[in-house]
Design a protein around this ligand. Structure first.
Ligand code: NAD
Length: 298
């Protein structure tokens, strides 16, 4: 972290209209958060049913606010109109900032980012919510890489306060400033970090998962480890957190981290055999996403 997020904010162009590409777990959450804090957002996907799911989730979250007396039904209806679902790029001409949140596949992300860059204004900021792909690498095919940076939210978006704003090699200050300001307008806490495998949070988190995996391989009871870490003061232990993250996602991110920092990630690669987390994937215990991970969910 070189410059504090607040130092960028002074030069920010305000984001009056945002857009998110992808209406999945993250895209839907980002649309809800933006709408809830008052910034209109276009939510684009390629599948009608994905858009329906994204909207359904937002309606559910707004309804909870009504139940808790934090919103009236009229306010809820008004906030919902801030989300504009779409299957086309028709209205992208006056968007100030785009968050790309499509599937974690470099080829798909490249295609989507170059496509949208050709349709938005010259000053529009493009960002990516990628967890593992280098921001410098994603900027390679863009004609205005200075207008591009990472905007990494955590799942679930409405509950997790932190947003990593990632500077690629060619990212300009205006892109960082607008992204920091938008994160704050969404009620989040942005931090500005340089581009590297795992950015900041996963760089700390994955060696921890590796240490946990090694303990389990050596015979530790995962439930006891969770209880110990809770007593230590963490809101949840590593086994439960891995169930939330998803075992397949963790293995994939672990591989990216191991490439960047082999000395730190050896424990997660499992030495000569397979790591406990890799074995979980082989046994189709992916976590909460398929109702069975370290724990069982119904
Ligand atoms: P997801 O599979 O739930 O959603 C992806 C959505 O993108 C789908 O609805 C899909 O139809 C849509 N899509 C695919 N191609 C598209 C295109 N060309 N245009 C528009 N939409 C398109 O995935 P997710 O979990 O929401 O992850 C999205 C991104 O966020 C990934 O880069 C992931 O690494 C990152 N991320 C995920 C998490 C997490 O915990 N799930 C956390 C942080 C970051």
């Amino acid at each position: 972290v070189k410059k504090k997020a607040g130092q960028y904010e002074k030069q920010a162009r305000p984001v009056k209209q945002a857009a998110v590409l992808g209406a999945g777990i993250m895209g839907g959450g980002i649309a809800y958060q933006s709408a809830s804090r008052g910034t209109p957002i276009l939510m684009k996907d390629i599948k009608e049913d994905a858009i329906e799911l994204g909207l359904k989730e937002s309606r559910k979250l707004f309804a909870k606010q009504v139940e808790r007396g934090k919103l009236t039904t009229e306010q809820m209806a008004e906030k919902l109109t801030n989300i504009r679902p779409t299957l086309s790029y028709g209205d992208f001409g006056n968007v100030d900032l785009v968050v790309e949140a499509v599937v974690e596949n470099p080829g798909v992300k490249d295609a989507v980012l170059t496509e949208v860059e050709g349709l938005v204004g010259e000053e529009t900021i493009l960002t990516s919510n990628t967890s593992t792909i280098s921001i410098t690498r994603l900027a390679q095919n863009l004609s205005r890489p200075e207008n591009f940076c990472g905007m990494h939210f955590f799942n679930p978006v409405h509950r997790m306060p932190l947003v990593e704003v990632i500077r690629g090699e060619k990212t300009g200050d205006a892109a960082v400033a607008a992204t920091v300001a938008y994160a704050r307008a969404m009620g989040k806490t942005p931090i500005v970090v340089n581009d590297c495998p795992g950015f900041l949070v996963n760089r700390v988190l994955f060696p921890y998962f590796g240490g946990f995996s090694q303990l389990v391989e050596q015979g530790a009871d995962f439930q006891r480890v969770d209880k110990v870490m809770e007593k230590f003061g963490w809101p949840m232990g590593p086994a439960y957190l891995l169930d939330v993250v998803g075992m397949d996602t963790a293995v994939h991110a672990g591989e990216v981290m191991a490439e960047g920092f082999p000395e730190r990630m050896a424990s997660m690669a499992g030495g000569n055999g397979k790591s406990a987390i890799q074995l979980m994937v082989e046994n189709e215990r992916l976590g909460q996403k398929n109702d069975k991970g370290f724990y069982a969910y119904e």
